[in-house]
Design a protein around this ligand. Sequence first.
Ligand code: URA
Length: 430
Amino acid sequence: MTEPFDAVDVIRTKRDGATLEPAQIDWVIDAYTRGVVAEEQMSALAMAIFLNGMDRAEVVRWTQAMIRSGERMDFSTLSRPTADKHSTGGVGDKITLPLAPLVAVFDVAVPQLSGRGLGHTGGTLDKLESIPGWRAALSNAEIVAQLEDVGAVICAAGSGLAPADKKLYALRDTTATVEAIPLIASSIMSKKIAEGTGSLVLDVKVGSGAFMKDADRAGELARTMVALGTDAGVRTVALLTDMSTPLGLTAGNALEVRESVEVLAGGGPADVVELTVALAREMLDAAGRPDADPAAALRDGRAMDVWRRMVAAQGGDPDAALPVARHTEDVLADADGVLTTLDAYAVGVAAWRLGAGRARKEDPVQAVAGVELHAKPGDPVRKGQPLLTLHTDTPERFDRARQALEGGVAIATERTTPTRRTVVLDRVAG
Ligand code: URA
């Protein structure tokens, strides 16, 4: 087959700062998916986009081309509206676990097609796989049946959704081109639009543990994604939320499941409850349930009932004991004072080095590994008290985990008024 464009011309166009033609974009995504555009050519183009950006029309076209590279799911046969949430990823971000069953309480179907963790941020599927028997892989028919029956599904995104993104994301990961706003926005939104949800709430993280370290860039990413979703007919809202310190008191797979179950039982850390309820309100509003009271459904056990049915429907035993690490070590406070910093990135890397995350996508993870927090920024602490507990099955990892935490913990010893940051920093609507 004769190709209508030459990859080198497309790369040169973007390298020189010009705008890509719609037909060039359609071709390059399709030809890359077919293997006609080589990996080294796409990596040069990704770097040119990283350096020179894309305008709004280019990002829209790029996203549409990625959607067309694969299948689109169809939830139109369901008897209830659909709402989904996507987080740009953070440390201790277990919110999907309590959120999906919570929203399903109100007769809204929640299809959470999720991924595994890479680097210092955890993956929802890795967390749930610490529940004995739980199965991540479901067919499209099983997803639809579970949405009708239980109302919520958290499972692996099938390989048919936006395959161009799957290839491109792996390439970006190895070519230092992940952090480009047009590439992140089109990557996330192509999968979410192809998934076919009616409404979508984006949790865009800001801070050391997030892709976006500052609020300006996070805001730009949020506005780009909200515009892409709205243009595609998906009711889309974004919350900008704090990721300067881990969410809740745990980072690590089984540790985070345990904490999520505490939230579903009406307890759990205040920041996890605050964010779960804030995102649930947005999802319920977007799905046409503005009067629902998600805080009450957490307190009175209705969300827990859906959680138990959701876990059991995927082969998991909601009553089974979660695995526990064979080895733990405490990190102690070295002064009296107020904890001012507990850096999300440092804790995320420590959890990863303890075995909670993977360096390459084929690596196994330890369900038991991770970091437990005993204080949050703003808390008064006493010299010698445990600030963190490190968990792992492989104690030779403790030293490297402690190194990751160096510089990530700060205690103010002079009189300091404790301050706590709110979790939700801003909101972007279409
Ligand atoms: N998550 C995605 O799915 N894609 C990105 O580019 C970044 C985060």
